[in-house]
Design a protein around this ligand. Sequence first.
Ligand SMILES: [Zn+2]
Length: 276
Amino acid sequence: MATNKNNDAAQDAAKKALAAVQAKKAAEKKKVEHTITHVGQESTSAEELLAITKKNATPYRIGAVVLWLLAIGFEVLAILFFKCVIQFPFTMEKPGWYAAWIVCLVLDLICVVIGSLLWKKGNHLDPKSAKNKLTFWLHNNLGLVMAALAFFPFIIVVLTDKNAQKQSKIIAVAAAVVALIIAGLTGYDWNPISQEELLESAGVGDHVYWTESGTVYHAFEDCSHLNHSKELFEGTSTTAIEQGKTRICKTCEQRAEKEAAKADTVVTEVEQTPVE
Ligand SMILES: [Zn+2]
């Protein structure tokens, strides 16, 4: 009898705690009014989902490759100007000569950086498998490789140039090294996502929320990051991934973990009630 009483008391406490959490949630909900559009899930299997993510990523990947090719083109132009292979009246004299290859290096840098940002966006929409560590790293950080290709040849050409003055060589190498560092930092993916992680998070949530322009999905409609968004979309986490929201919001993730831990303690308390 005593056991039953203890169990009842623990269950009552758990019920009360849950009711309090729900009441708090309801109160918070009232703060922000959202118009929610339900979006249906397109894919039914992992293969179908991956076909959709691949399609989503393709324009970004094409854009990246085009920009990287342009970057190499500007590097070649920079080399040709530096070596005076291409000459215009204004590039015959010093200020114009400097300007010609520096402008080419700047355009080179802009193309590499935007290309790398597009490439990383593509990889987040359609991540590669992390089973092979080397190919996973190379694929995610191809922007870093491209940064090297976009500036190293120029640096080598400058350093081995016997006709150029020392001062011009120093300026050219310094400019290219700075550009190389900027391009390298933006080309590196500091927060990569793997296909395994993506598939793991697919189908985890039945009701998640996202915005048109966001890159993540939320587990809670009242997440503080959604306070300024009137229009929300709702669906399964798989649908969110199909829509290009490939990750759960960090705030929602931490909150879900906290709430799960809380629920766990309540359950354990009930379980740990001494049985006589
Ligand atoms: Zn959130």
